[in-house]
Write a new protein. Sequence first.
Length: 384
Amino acid sequence: MEGRVRERIPILDLTPEVEELWDDLMAAITRVLRSGQFILGPEVEAFEREVAEYLGVKHAIGVNSGTDALVIGLRALGIGPGDEVITTPFSFFATAEAISLVGATPVFVDIDPKTFNLNPDLIAAAITPRTKAILPVHLYGRPAEMDPILDLAEAHGLKVLEDCAQAFGATYRGKKVGTLGHAGAFSFFPSKNLGAYGDGGLLVTNDDEVATLGRMLRAHGSKRKYHNETVGYNSRLDALQAAILRVKLPRVDTWNQARRQVALHYNELLADVPGLVLPEVSEGHVFHQYTVRVLGKRRDEVQKKLGEVGIGTMVYYPVPVHKLPVYAHSGFFLPEAERASQEVLSLPIYPAITEEQMLYVVGELRRIQDGDSRQPSRGVWRGT
Ligand SMILES: *Cc1c(COP(=O)(O)O)cnc(C)c1O
């Protein structure tokens, strides 16, 4: 280990959770193995019922990934070639990719620098006769400003599909995100707030027709096997993943609460560290990420220095979607998204992060930001 930092705090550590749930996970996995039913079936149906009840929504449809939930959601809402969908440029690529995959065109609207979410004041100007939908993202687990978005959608006859991939369990004015618009798309990618141990996703809606179409589309466009009515997808949730999610679902509120506590504590500890902008612990925010801004064009340097002392951080996202090669030709100029992509830095956050780990992260960040010539406090953190 000569010359390397042994002590590491990863940005995300899923192992404490697996240890905590081990017996329940083994029982769930064994039950599925013994059942001999591995795709859809009673385990997935049970999860769909439980998650629908948790979210307070009529229909929940298990699919293969969050990306598929977006694609199937858009198609079930009737979005297709020739349509424009208004969305945020400050998200994971899949948000815009789903719009392109159904043959529609993403129209990017800049973000509110305080929330990192779609700025509702800028949406009206982007609406054209071809606009069919708005696709807000609840980035980092912070609910987007839904009231003005829903008002605009209502006034212009637009559909609203919520990208809830980072915001399972988040609430907006007391309602779970995903249930505010016409449909909501969730991801169960392992790192998400409710994560499977493989790929998985969920489409939710209160609309019976959207639900019927969604269920058809996930199974090759058929209601009845071998009676395909439209061209769909092979996008079904696995029984093993559903069984694992059923173990985790009853714990998700506790974990989200723990994430909010971690964020509050980081905010206290970092309050007097210069050159940072800290996230607001706003109502309903479930802190999928704890993301600060590093001012003064120092983000990359700070990230590198934290890496040198064994602290894992991530930049979500270094290139805003409208600047990626796929969309760069569209010529959008969105200064807030571009500035955010230069300044954001996500620090380690997970429910089981310890006080000692947080103090180490904060101590190192303070040292780097103070421009202190003291040696890095290598070895202070003696955890795993
Ligand atoms: C993770 C994520 C997705 C895609 O989910 P997958 O399950 O990985 O397909 C979509 N949108 C956002 C904002 C995400 O964070």
